[in-house]
Design a protein around this ligand. Sequence first.
Ligand SMILES: [Zn+2]
Length: 301
Amino acid sequence: MQNRIKHIRHAMIALAMVATASQASAQTTCPGNPKPLGVARTVAIDTTGGPGFGFEHFKDHDFLRKDEIVLTFDDGPWPHTTAAVLAALAAHCTKATFFPIGKHSTWHPEVLRSVAEQGHTIGSHTWSHVDLSKLPTDKAKAEIEMGISSVRRAIGDAAMPFFRFPALKHPPELVKYAGERNLGIFSTDVDSFDFKLRSPDKLVTGVMERLHKNGGKGILLMHDFQQVTAKAIPILLNELQAKGYKVVHMTAKARVNSLPEYDQMVAAQIKGPVSANARPTSSVVTTVEPTSAAATKPATK
Ligand SMILES: [Zn+2]
């Protein structure tokens, strides 16, 4: 009997230790930031059939719990502003979803590659950011597809099957098309209206107020293309952390394959002759002789 009690006691202590260890590992450690937002939860979204998200337009799927937010950034990649957003996210060891414009991705592919390298999710946001409700259907479909192709071209990997319509205009025939292409459609719960603002403080105050009004959770819409957002984002992330918000990172069950005819249409838009050589630069140009500071330093008398 004594032995049995001892066994049970040992088992209970072991269980308690496992629980403590798993709680500790669930906490984010973030170098240089004792109070990081981190990532509270990662979700995998099955976009089969084109589900819609963001209660401003789609009421089907409410996957966020109280205090949970999703950070989204549109209209990049753009020099300096996207880098500033990435730096602020990295300082909080947190993750976001980016909806880049196709043209911008072909102009600044290295910026989009840095977004991918830092582990953020990359969806798409059309080729040239036109209001799709004003285009004939075939042209609108080309806008969607070329946006997907240009992500593929910029990062060398397929985009996530997440799509945001420009200006959140959702023509029914294209919502149907997104369903056929198994693209998840992302509207928003909390619009930052950053494109209308100049003051980072106003952006932060506005987002925090609307987030609170939305029941303390939601998909946040911002633009890594906007100067004001680049300035506001470190303040906003600190504020979100201080108020106890938790970041949910969205990933997809599968990526979206770009279609060859639209890959070619994007290639045709790139200025200058396009080489058929797809080898990485590191295999084309290699350093054969290291140039050390000592070797180039003039001899001193
Ligand atoms: Zn946009």
